[in-house]
Structure formats: C-alpha cells, structure tokens
Design a protein around this ligand. Structure first.
Ligand code: NAD
Length: 479
C-alpha cells in the first residue's frame, strides 16, 4: 500500500487535484478508510483531456510494433506483481485473494491479447466493380477516448479498454469507480514503467463523476466513450454523447437466466451455478440472476446448491480459506437485503443463508431461495450479491419466453445433455453470450458484450480493437 500512487496521473506526472481535494478509499471488510486519493474536479479533467489531445497525433503515428511491445512489457510486469496487485484489489474491493489473483491474470491477458492484435490491424487495396477505380482502405485510431470503469473488476475492466485503445493508437482519459481507484493508479504506474509515452493514458480519480465527465463528452475533443457500468448511467452517458456525436461502446447491466433442463447433468449444473452465481460474490454483470429449473429436478438442484453454498466460508478477503468476501459497501448490501425480504414476503423458501451477520464490514451470506414468485423484485433487478433465486418451469417454449422477458440481454446459461436442444435454445435466447453447460463465459479471446439494454459493441476477441478504429477509404481512379 505504501508505494501505491494516490495522486492523479496527467501528462505522465503525478499531481494533486487543482483544488487540493481528496477522497477516502474504504476497506469493505472493515468499513474503515485505507487511504485518501486525489478527488479530481472539472479543472483536472480538462487538463487530462488536454494531455490526451496533445499526445494523440504523435501516438497515432507510432509503429504498431512499438505499441505492441509496450503492452507486452506491461503484461509481464503485471504478472510479476500479481501478489501486490491482488492485495491492493482485495483491500479496496473485498474479493478473496485467490479471486483477486485470478483477476490479475485475466486483466494481464487483455494486454497480451491486444499486444498481438496491435500488429494485425489491416487495410486493403480493392478493384471496384467498374474495373477501373481502386479502393484503398486503411484503419485509423478513433482519437482521444474517455474510459469509465466500474468497481467490481477494478483491474480487468481497465485493461479490457486500455489494451485495445493502446493497440489502436488512441490516447485516453480513464475515470475509475470512486470505490476502487487504487488498482487503476497502479496500472498507470505500470504502463509508464513499460514505456507508454506521457499523455497517452491519463487517470482522474473522482467522487464527482457527473461534473467531470459531462463537459468532456459534450466538448467535442473526446471522440470515443467506452463505458462499463449500470444501464441507468449508460443511458445518461449516451444522451450526453449525442451532442458531439461521440462514438460509444457500452458494457451495461445484466439479468442472466440460468436454465437447467430435465436432461441436464446435475453435477455440472451445480458446479456451473456456483461459478455463475458466486464469482466475485455475485457482484458481476454476468452473474446468474434467475435460475429456471425444470420442475422434475428443481428440488434436487436446490438441495445440492444449498449444500454447496452453505459450505462456503465468509470473511475478510485477506484471510486464508475465505471463499466469500464482503460486498462493496453498505448500500450494496442493503439492496440485497431488501430484494431477499421482498422475495420472502412473496412466499420464497430460504434454503440457506438470508441473514445479515452482526459486526463490521459489508458481509452477506451465500443464500438460496426456492419457489420464488415471478413477481418478486429480484426478477427484474440485478441482485449483485450472493443470492440464488430458483423458479420452476415445465416446457422449453415457456422457459425461453420467460428468460427473454427482460430488457437486458448480456448472457444466459443453458444446462442440457442434448446438443440439439442446447443449440436450439441458445439461438432463441436474446443474449450476447451463452454458457453451454458452463458457468463461465469471460475470456479475453472472446467478444464480450450484450444485446438490448445490456449494451452496444464488444470488448475483447478479434473485434475488440475495432471499437477504437475508424475506416478511411481512398478513392483512386486508375486510367
Ligand atoms: P455505475 O454505473 O454506478 O458506475 C460505473 C462508473 O460510472 C463508475 O466509474 C462511476 O463513477 C461512473 N459514473 C456514475 N455516474 C456517472 C455520471 N453521471 N457520469 C459519468 N460517470 C458516472 O456502476 P457500478 O455500480 O460501478 O458497477 C456495477 C454495474 O456495472 C452493474 O450494473 C454491472 O452489471 C455493470 N457491469 C457491466 C459489465 C459488462 O461488461 N457488461 C462489467 C462489469 C460491470
């Protein structure tokens, strides 16, 4: 903690906020402040934007190999510092150390992946249908970007945006979530060490997100917004981006259905449910939110899931043997408590958990609810906590209709041993990603993203870099 930067990173320098403001970073396991970081205001954001704008032209002209090697070096440094970064993440966000180490590896992988993509940006020379004109096609960086990230994956949500932006030749202003600024500041220090030129990445930590971001989006100098966060904030930012016609990528909320058919392998389904529900304590956009289980296997599935959930150890993420850390803050926990209370009032059975423990920190126990009424609030709200809500269904058409009956469409999970059914159901689910007999879809080599109100665009995979590139077409007549 002692070496972790706590100032803003602007133009390659560490600076205080212009008005000297700072904000606390709290440890969710104790509720106490770990440290204070600079709390940027409008003036600082403008300085960061200016640094990104000034750096853009020269950065766009760097050799792809140079950009590639900076990312590769940063990838190596991140892996070398896995333990340090994992401790930092656990301190500010709460996830158990083993999960934090997993996130460090996942985050680093985006830099390796995009170091490999940086040198594969292509264009082409085409003869047009008239046989005379030629088309020269090239790809160019979209320009200075505003990157806004959430608190739930403090490192990986940063690298998933910074990686392709660096590879494409874009400069950036990164605004991390106020709960978890330290991981982003540590990342900036690593990129500087890896050779990223001054001004290419600027980091503004702030508790005043609206005040800081809106003028940048409306100002016309930022050309791209890449946002990961809630749908409500995404909608607001889309409206703000309209004025200057800023290009946007939106990774928003989810309400994932987890469907278990009568022919599913229940061991696989329960293993998958543990991952889809409990990765990151349920604080993931990909978290299974609604478990639809065929009536004939619902009781057995609920029993096995409750047994596994009940065996998990809850405690501070730094303690050995802990499986489930605290939720991010009291507000996040209060939301989970309210959703469970509402479901129980409507007749849900609590198979395990459901009671907030006494004492400091934002802990909530792994909870399984059965016989959940479809009118319960947690059916159309991201739970963002360790609560599995089980409903039953009788046939395939019915479950597809109910799974799709939501404004979101990020991910769905399907458990069946029949290939025919697996493909048929997946194709009919209105989602950007499907886990077939698995509870994990995230992979840097795959295009991550949703449909409907879960977002616009994709991150990662071969297409991830496209979000940061424009086409330029040159018309060339040849006589
Ligand atoms: P949030 O929307 O509250 O905040 C996300 C970011 O937006 C933070 O940096 C926050 O400071 C910033 N922000 C808030 N108000 C703003 C404003 N007016 N102007 C500019 N920026 C503003 O979300 P959160 O609670 O940090 O994260 C949880 C949400 O993120 C969940 O809905 C989750 O599903 C979603 N998420 C989605 C993905 C994905 O890839 N689809 C990944 C992780 C998290």
């Amino acid at each position: 903690m002692t070496d972790t930067p706590t100032q803003l990173f602007i133009g390659g320098a560490w600076v205080d906020a212009a008005d000297g403001a700072t904000m606390p970073v709290d440890d969710p396991a104790t509720g106490e402040a770990l440290c204070h970081v600079a709390d940027a205001g409008m003036k600082d954001a403008k300085l960061a934007e200016e640094a990104a704008v000034q750096a853009q032209e020269a950065w766009a002209r760097t050799a792809p190999r140079v950009r590639s090697e900076i990312l590769r070096r940063a990838y190596e440094i991140i892996l070398e510092r896995t333990d340090e970064l994992a401790h930092l993440m656990t301190a500010e966000m709460g996830k158990p150390l083993a999960e934090a180490r997993g996130e460090v590896a996942y985050a680093a992988e985006f830099f390796r992946w995009f170091s490999e993509e940086a040198v594969r940006i292509d264009g082409g020379l085409t003869t047009l249908p008239d046989g005379r004109n030629r088309m020269l096609l090239s790809r160019r960086p979209v320009g200075p970007c505003l990157l806004i990230t959430p608190w739930n994956f403090p490192l990986a949500m940063g690298t998933r945006k910074i990686g392709p932006a660096v590879a494409a030749g874009c400069t950036m202003v990164l605004k991390p979530a106020p709960q978890t600024p330290l991981s982003s500041l540590a990342l900036a220090a690593i990129l500087k060490e890896a050779g990223l030129p001054d001004g290419v990445l600027n980091v503004v930590t702030t508790s005043r997100a609206g005040e800081v971001c809106e003028p940048l989006l409306r100002g016309g100098r930022i050309r791209k917004l890449s946002f990961t966060g809630s749908t409500a904030v995404g909608q607001l930012l889309l409206a703000q981006s309209a004025e200057a016609v800023v290009r946007t990528s939106m990774e928003l909320g989810g309400n994932a259905p987890f469907v278990v058919f009568e022919d599913a392998d229940l061991d696989k389904a329960v293993d998958g449910a543990m991952v889809a529900k409990m990765r990151n304590m349920g604080e993931a956009c990909t978290a299974a939110n609604r478990f639809f289980v065929h009536r004939s296997v619902a009781q057995e599935f609920g029993r096995r899931l409750a047994e596994r959930m009940g065996a998990l150890v809850v405690g501070p993420g730094t303690r050995d043997g802990v499986d489930v850390g605290p939720l991010i803050d009291r507000r996040g926990r209060a939301k989970v408590e309210e959703l469970v209370a509402d479901a129980v009032e409507r007749g849900a059975q609590v198979l395990v958990g459901g009671r907030t423990p006494e004492g400091p920190g934002c802990f909530y126990p792994p909870t399984v609810l059965a016989d959940v009424d479809p009118g319960s609030r947690l059916m159309d709200t991201e739970i963002f906590g360790p609560v599995a809500a089980i409903l039953t269904f009788d046939d395939e058409d019915e479950v597809i209709r109910r799974a799709n009956d939501t404004p979101w469409g990020l991910v769905g999970y399907v458990f069946t041993e029949g290939l025919d059914r697996a493909l048929r159901v997946s194709e009919r689910l209105e989602v950007g990603m499907v886990g077939l007999n698995t509870g994990l879809v995230s992979n840097p080599a795959a295009p991550f993203g949703g449909v409907k109100q879960s977002g616009l665009g994709r991150e990662g995979g071969r297409v991830g870099i496209d979000e940061f590139l424009e086409y330029q077409y040159l018309a060339v007549p040849v006589s």
